[in-house]
Design a binder for this molecule. Sequence first.
Ligand code: ADP
Ligand code: MG
Length: 146
Amino acid sequence: MSLTFHTNSAEETIKLGEKIGSMLTKGDIIAMQGTLAAGKTTITKGIARALGIKEEITSPTFCLISEYEGKLPLYHMDVYRLEGGDDFINLGVEDLIYGNGVSLIEWSEKVMDELPKKTIILKIEPIEGTNERNISLENWPHGEIK
Ligand SMILES: Nc1ncnc2c1ncn2[C@@H]1O[C@H](COP(=O)(O)OP(=O)(O)O)[C@@H](O)[C@H]1O
Ligand SMILES: [Mg+2]
């Protein structure tokens, strides 16, 4: 199913992330799309909170993959610096995306060809000059989000 949301602040986006995170199950993969400062890392903070992760979530731009221990392991990836799909596979991500945790991928536009069909797509679209964001979930398998 596809769902759409609208947020007006980073805090609201974190809250939406918490709702999304509370419904995730093992093996879920979320491909995040959206430009720089859209809110990909911000929504990840909410998802992490719902997974019971106490550690602070930081942007994995330089380390590419951060792993956090929670109710489910969270693999937070940022593939901005990769050339494309081959680099992604060479990082050894298959063990993670086909593993027992939840995978969240920032700048996933670059590696969509390597992701399985069941991948959930989360798009964040900023409304220029405001703190508003249109956020959509596509291929969402877990029902309504209230
Ligand atoms: N509605 C909103 N949702 C998410 N972030 C917002 C919102 N309004 C303002 N912001 C700000 O936009 C920035 C988003 O940064 P970040 O989450 O790191 O983006 P990305 O990971 O997509 O590059 C943060 O500084 C955040 O406070
Ligand atoms: Mg980010």
